[in-house]
Design a protein around this ligand. Structure first.
Ligand SMILES: Cc1cc2nc3c(=O)[nH]c(=O)nc-3n(C[C@H](O)[C@H](O)[C@H](O)COP(=O)(O)O)c2cc1C
Length: 171
């Protein structure tokens, strides 16, 4: 199983999840695409059966700016049928409670419309926020962390998510 991590992070919170994923799933650095520096075009997604997609949330619930080109390209012309995809990212459930980690929801829409199969849903029970596009029915469509208000919860959230992903992927 070939796994690629595509992620954006301004302050390092989302990057730290990417690093945990790389360690646990033994992913080489060349298969870690930091969107701001490493992303060139859609072809970079092709070799992978599984995509770990990360972004913190900015503006009014948007993914980090470095995702903009890729999102447009995927929405215009991508077929991700047969690929599994898991979403992760950092946000702030206090200052930005009205759009907590909404970037995950926007990325979810982009990738699933292109045919990717989402994995790695998380119960929303442990979270407190007003609204999030990442909430699909009664779950988050991926791993949301908040290192501003709930940093103490991050290690367990990340570990539990990784264990669930391993089960879902059978590795
Ligand atoms: C201008 C600005 C807008 C933000 N907008 C949101 C938002 O809409 N939703 C959210 O959950 N967090 C929002 N945040 C919080 C960041 O996502 C948060 O600081 C996060 O930890 C950054 O993660 P990173 O270090 O991976 O970039 C915003 C922060 C700033 C400074």
């Amino acid at each position: 199983m070939n796994i690629g991590i595509f992620y954006a992070s301004a302050g390092g919170a989302t990057a730290s999840i990417a690093e945990s994923l790389a360690e646990e799933f033994v992913i080489d650095e060349e298969n870690m695409i930091f969107m701001e520096d490493d992303y060139e075009d859609l072809e970079q997604f092709e070799p992978f059966d599984v995509l770990f997609i990360g972004s913190s949330t900015w503006g009014k619930g948007d993914p980090h700016f470095s995702w903009v080109d890729a999102i447009l390209e995927i929405e215009n012309d991508a077929d991700f049928e047969g690929k599994k995809v898991a979403f992760f990212g950092a946000g702030d459930c206090d200052k930005h409670s009205e759009q907590f980690c909404s970037a995950l929801g926007k990325l979810y829409k982009t990738f699933t419309k292109a045919g990717a199969e989402p994995i790695g849903f998380v119960s929303k029970d442990d979270y407190s926020y007003e609204f999030s596009l990442a909430q699909i029915d009664d779950k988050f469509c991926g791993l949301a962390i908040d290192n501003h208000n709930e940093k103490d919860k991050t290690p367990k959230r990340v570990n539990d998510w990784i264990e669930n992903l391993k089960l879902e992927l059978g590795v």
